[in-house]
Design a protein. Structure first.
Lengths: 220, 220
DNA sequence: CAAAAATATGAAAAGTTTATGAAATTATAT
DNA sequence: ATATAATTTCATAAACTTTTCATATTTTTG
């Protein structure tokens, strides 16, 4: 997930950036409409957070231009409520609207909400007799529900969504615990053990790739 | 679309049924108020056609009872015009009124009209023995009304309308308190506790998803 | 085949999360 | 203003998960 922050005030951009970092959302920034357009042309953003009142090219004009070649979602930041009516009059395809001063938490939540609509609603993945539902966070083994803890679920989900990919322990840690987590490599083994046990007869679908890590490969 | 015909006269019921069949409208029938109440408890009718003069429980009393737990539209069938005034005096929530003898065609037209209004606002959701009415903001557990406070109602409504979805506490807060609300995560737990207690024997339909949040899952 | 390296596993320890009752705060009604 | 009810906070105990670690087993290498 990647967003573009467009605002002429450094202070505002910095606040937003702080919160995006916490959420591990990637971002770029622009301080006026022209910069924004250039960036959108060369990057693939899921969402653009656009201030309206800016020197050089204002947000309103920038959105109009951007919408011609990008289908990124747009959240407008605006100081005054009146602007809403003005904007809604034009059919700019604005996806959400936040007034300044805003709660960063709210902005983040709206970014997520707006981007989620973009994602596929289908959250079910299955390979052979193993089926996971990421919405309910449940695992069915031959249509029987088996309880997985949070980490165990994240692990089987990672494998199921990337079959035949050999993951290093490092990669698994980055994916599930996050980049900054320092975990003992033996810890991964322990979790693999637990997941294998829960997979029952599909235990050996999680293959050891000696010297590397693990991979998921389904076999009858 | 499904309607319930309540009239003690078989002949009348049969006439109405003939016309409903032609229109492909599903129906059930009852010959007194008690039967009607039982059927409404276990079925979701869009509309109830209710005769007033009936042995055992009269239509007037039946409507009063039914309105407590159903938001089906009610069309009253009555032999005498005077009754109309009498009924309208009481605020029974009658949606339309047809005098006997009536034209079946007219009745059908009124059923359709009344149900069309209803389509916009289906506000009843039920799973197993738990039923909520978002219009009256009431909760029925095994057809017994249980008092839920505002927050508690919002919570059970969120769950009932999204069964099996694992909600994070964050998602719950965003949904019920709004994006900008800063709540202690423990607060959610406290509300969950209260809702669980009110659900009585259905207490464990609200499942803890450790490390994530909660989800609603009905189980016999 | 023996030694070295890597992984598997069971059990214990450490850590985290949730449930719960009670208290404090806030909102609502009388 | 007071009483009542609802919401939120908080501390603690209980339940559960994750991590560590020692040992066993397997695989690779010379």
């Amino acid at each position: 997930m990647k967003v573009l922050i467009v605002d002429d005030e450094l202070l505002i951009r910095n606040v937003i950036k702080e919160y995006l970092k916490i959420e591990n959302i990637f971002y770029d920034e622009a301080e006026n409409g022209y910069q924004a357009i250039d960036l959108v042309k060369t990057n693939n953003y899921d969402c653009i957070i656009m201030d309206i009142m800016m020197p050089k090219l204002d947000g309103y004009s920038a959105i109009k231009e951007i919408k011609k070649f990008s289908n990124a979602k747009v959240i407008v930041l605006s100081a005054r409520t009146e602007e809403y009516d003005k904007l809604s009059g034009f059919d700019l395809g604005i996806d959400d609207y936040v007034t300044k001063p805003f709660s960063p938490k709210e902005l983040i939540a709206r970014i997520k909400a707006v981007c989620k609509r973009n994602e596929k609603a289908i959250k079910i993945t299955s390979i052979g007799g193993i089926k996971i539902n990421e919405l309910s966070r449940t695992v069915l083994i031959d249509n029987e529900e088996v309880e997985f803890t949070q980490t165990q679920f994240d692990l089987i989900a990672l494998f199921l969504k990337n079959p035949k990919v050999a993951f290093t322990r490092e990669m698994i840690i980055d994916n599930i615990w996050g980049y900054s987590y320092e975990a003992d490599n033996r810890t991964i083994d322990a979790h693999i053990k637990l997941v294998r046990n829960k997979l029952g007869k599909y235990k050996n679908c999680i293959k050891t790739v000696r010297g590397v890590g693990y991979k998921f490969e389904y076999n009858e």
